[in-house]
Design a protein around this ligand. Structure first.
Ligand SMILES: C[C@@]1(CC(=O)O)c2cc3[nH]c(cc4nc(cc5[nH]c(cc(n2)[C@H]1CCC(=O)O)[C@@](C)(CC(=O)O)[C@@H]5CCC(=O)O)C(CC(=O)O)=C4CCC(=O)O)c(CCC(=O)O)c3CC(=O)O
Ligand SMILES: NC(=O)C1=CN([C@@H]2O[C@H](COP(=O)(O)OP(=O)(O)OC[C@H]3O[C@@H](n4cnc5c(N)ncnc54)[C@H](O)[C@@H]3O)[C@@H](O)[C@H]2O)C=CC1
Length: 327
C-alpha cells in the first residue's frame, strides 16, 4: 500500500507544468469550421485549416480589394496546386461580412448543429467579442485572432514535414519568439524526417496486415517487435526504406527477427553491406554510450573521448621521443 509522501521525499513523478493548455492534434475530418475574415491572418488560418483537411469550411469575407492574394488563391485558384490543396474539402465562400448580431441567417448558423468551430480574423474587436460570447453560449470552440481571453484554443507556430507536425506554443506570451524557435527546430530536424515517418507508417500498416490480432497478446508482440525494429534504424535510414526493404523487414516477423538497415542491404557496396550488417550486430558503428539509433559512433562521447585520449598520448609520445633523440 502506498503511504502519503512527506514534503521532504522527492516526488517520483514530474510535477504538472502549469501551461494552462492541452496540446493535442485535433482531428477535424468530420467537422465544419467557420472562418471570418479575408486578410493575411485569415489566409494563414486557411492554410492551417487546409492542412487539417476538415469536412467543410464556411468562409465569410466580402469579395473586394481587401482580400488577401493568398486567401483568394487558396479558395479560387485554378492551378493544379491550388486545386490539390483544397481537394476533398467542401468550401463555401459567403462573400459578405459575418455578423450574427445583425444578420439572422448568420445567427441561425451558430444556432444550428453544423458549425463545430469558429475562427475570426477581422479588424473589429467589438464584433469579435460579441461573436465570441455567442459561440461560448452555444459551446462552440472559438478563436479570435490576437485576443487571448477570447480564444478557447491558441494557434501555435507550426512546422510540417509530411505527416510530421511540431507545434511551438508560448501560451500567448511570445508569438514571434515561438516562430523563431520553430525556425530553429526546422533547421535541426533532418530533411527527410517526413519520409522517415511515412515509411514507418507503411511498415506499421504492413505489420497489421500480417498480424491482424486485436487481443492483448497480439498487440504486445506487435508493439515489442516494432520497438526493436524502429530502434535499429536511424532517421536517415528510415527515410530510405522502400518497398523492397519494407518487405524484407516484414519477412523477419515470423522468425521474431528485428532487421536493421544493413540486414536488408547486404548487397550494398558490392556485397560489402554484409560486413556492416555483421558489425551492427556487434554494436560497432553505433554509439555504445548514448543508445540512440541516430547517434553514430563518430558523435559518441565514449568513442570521441577515447580517440582524443589515444591521439593525445600518441602526440605526447612523439614529442617525448623527438626530445629524447635530440638529447
Ligand atoms: C494568443 C495568440 C492567439 C491566436 O492568434 O491564436 C496570439 C496573440 C497575439 N499575437 C500578437 C502579435 C503577433 N503575433 C505574431 C505571430 C503569430 N501569432 C501566433 C499565435 C498567437 N498570437 C496566439 C498565441 C500563440 C503562442 O503564444 O504560442 C502564431 C504563433 C500562430 C498563428 O497566428 O498562426 C504566429 C507566428 C506563426 C509563425 O510565423 O510561425 C506576431 C509576429 C509576426 O507577425 O511576425 C506578432 C507581432 C509581434 C508581437 O506582438 O509579439 C498580439 C499582439 C497584438 C497587438 O499588439 O495588438 C497578440 C495579442 C496579445 O498578445 O495580447
Ligand atoms: N497575428 C498578427 O501578427 C496580426 C494580427 N492582426 C489581427 O488580426 C485581425 C485581422 O488582421 P488582417 O488579417 O491583417 O486583416 P485586415 O485588417 O487586413 O483585413 C480584414 C479582412 O476581413 C474582412 N472583414 C472585415 N470584417 C469582417 C466580418 N465581420 N466578417 C468577415 N470578414 C470581415 C475585410 O473585408 C478584410 O478582407 C485584426 O483584427 C488584427 O487585430 C493584425 C495584424 C497582425
Amino acid at each position: 500500500m502506498s503511504s502519503p509522501s512527506s514534503s521532504s521525499t522527492p516526488s517520483p513523478y514530474p510535477a504538472p507544468h502549469p501551461t494552462n493548455s492541452l496540446l493535442l492534434a485535433y482531428q477535424v475530418r468530420t467537422r465544419t469550421i467557420l472562418l471570418a475574415g479575408g486578410g493575411p491572418v485569415a489566409a494563414s488560418r486557411l492554410y492551417h485549416l487546409l492542412c487539417a483537411r476538415p469536412k467543410k469550411l464556411v468562409l465569410f469575407a466580402p469579395d473586394n480589394e481587401d482580400i488577401d492574394d493568398e486567401f483568394r488563391w487558396r479558395v479560387e485558384g485554378e492551378s493544379e496546386d491550388a486545386k490539390k490543396g483544397r481537394e476533398g474539402i467542401e468550401i463555401e465562400w459567403r462573400k459578405q461580412e459575418f455578423d450574427p448580431t445583425q444578420n439572422k441567417e448568420d445567427l441561425a448558423l451558430l444556432d444550428g448543429d453544423e458549425i463545430d468551430m469558429v475562427l475570426t480574423a477581422i479588424p473589429n474587436p467589438t464584433l469579435s467579442t460579441k461573436i465570441c460570447r455567442l459561440c461560448r453560449a452555444r459551446r462552440i470552440p472559438v478563436n479570435v485572432a490576437d485576443v487571448p481571453p477570447e480564444c478557447d484554443f491558441y494557434f501555435g507556430s507550426v512546422l510540417r514535414r509530411g505527416s510530421l507536425g511540431v507545434m511551438v506554443s508560448t501560451q500567448g506570451k511570445g508569438p514571434r519568439v515561438a516562430a523563431r524557435i520553430r525556425r530553429k527546430l526546422e533547421r535541426a530536424i533532418p530533411e527527410n524526417a517526413g519520409e522517415a515517418i511515412e515509411n514507418v507508417g507503411q511498415l506499421r500498416k504492413g505489420l497489421r496486415e500480417i498480424e491482424k490480432g486485436t487481443g492483448k497478446e497480439a498487440i504486445e508482440r506487435r508493439m515489442g517487435w516494432m520497438i526493436r525494429v524502429s530502434d535499429k534504424w536511424s532517421l536517415a535510414q528510415l527515410g530510405e526504406m522502400d518497398e523492397r526493404m519494407r518487405n524484407e523487414v516484414l519477412a523477419g516477423w515470423e522468425k521474431d527477427e528485428a532487421r536493421g538497415y544493413w540486414d536488408v542491404n547486404r548487397g550494398k557496396y558490392g556485397g560489402l553491406g554484409w560486413l556492416a550488417s555483421f558489425a551492427s550486430r556487434l554494436g560497432v558503428g553505433t554509439c555504445p554510450v548514448v543508445k540512440d539509433p541516430d547517434g553514430s559512433a563518430a558523435k559518441c562521447p565514449f568513442v570521441m573521448g577515447s580517440t582524443g585520449f589515444v591521439l593525445g598520448a600518441a602526440t605526447a609520445g612523439a614529442v617525448a621521443a623527438f626530445w629524447m633523440r635530440r638529447q
